[in-house]
Design a protein around this ligand. Sequence first.
Ligand code: DC
Length: 455
Amino acid sequence: MIIAIDGPAGSGKSTVAREVAKRLRLRYLDTGAMYRTIALLALEAGLVPDRIPEAEAIAAKARIKLEPQENDLTRVFVDDREVSTEIRGGLVSQNVSAVSADPGVRRVLTALQRAQADQGDLVLEGRDMGTVVVPGADLKVYLTASVAERARRRQLQLAEKGITQPLDELIAEITRRDAYDSGRELAPLCRAEDAIEIDTTSLTIQEVIDAVCAEALRRAPQVARDDHAPESVISLKRRRWPLSRMARSPLDTLLYRVAYSFIPPVWKFLFRMKIYGAENIPPAGAVVLASNHRSNLDPFFLGVACPRQIHFMAKAELWKVATLGRIITAMGAFPIARGAADREAVRRAIAVLDQGAMLGLFPEGHRHRDGTLGPISPGVTLFSLKDGVTTVPAVLEGTERVIRDRLPRLPSVRVSFGAPLEMPNSDLPRATRAEIVGMRLEEALRHATSQQGDR
Ligand code: DC
């Protein structure tokens, strides 16, 4: 079976192609890595930008060896030299579009890719698989995602490697690359007519993998599959609810999932909830959600508005009532003793982030029922400084009116998620970075609050 997966940068192609190949026991070919390798060799030979056509000869001579990895990007060797890291660096990324637009280079690489496909049982991933390289593929998939979402995914990927790059820059880079890859004359990035298109913006990577595998098995049921393969065909329709709340980290809990399969519609209706900026929440990976605090019910409002499970650090007093304590523990929260150095709470918070889950914090420490923002306590900003963590500010408005004079009310409630905080340069001393993060967080929370007034 031959599966062709195309799509723009950041649409999730590489992970999806690799996992689909693994599950269906097919081989996997990352054709972007091939173009990147030729771009590197052309750069090294001084052919970029003026003598790119000479790169065809380099491509024809290069002995490229691709070694797909279980859970990582393909390793790439030219002769015996490993170039896996270099081909994914900034310089190659900036120049690969120009090199891959060259007809000679494409001719050579297309032939190599077809030779691989001729051997059968292959998942090919790139830009022109379904349209040019293997137009007769058994299954063609075209993955897309919004530019903002792709930029956020790229930011997460970079953050995991300790690199911080502002979202605006990434959005500009992706937009430029899209325009180049789609606008070139030869084999532009476009969807084959008979490809199935999946918009991955609000899907988890597992949902996309399941969908592609299911479709592949429907078309060729004889394909070998391992124990993880889906048992039955899953519809390719987007299933935002309740699958979007499926556990995404090993820490996520069943009770949370069950509770939040019915709370949101009711709360959204009762409180005429308005939710802004949910697209600012990364779909996966370690996240600190830092919110202002106005009511004991705030965690519920955030939970309703947020597509992922939030593991709240909550005041230890709540655990004094045994049943309540048990329930909130089962909802994934853990206690913090305020006003003391609570090492256990810090350890639990770090464990949440280490497992790629979402940590919910109220950095003001106490509720501010008058709607003002209290001082940010410095300790919480340290979690944001952990490698690979994205910090998303959240502002609640209206929750201070939910209980008035000890009686429940039904005010309208707004929840706004701000853009992820930009992290300070990692060369700065830790204390300085913590201070900068605190300032940025405060600014983000205030900014969102004043914007709400404008709406
Ligand atoms: O998928 P990627 O980001 O590693 O791809 C790197 C570049 O190579 C991308 O800018 C477009 C180009 N490319 C191509 O033109 N045709 C392919 N089949 C794969 C990649």
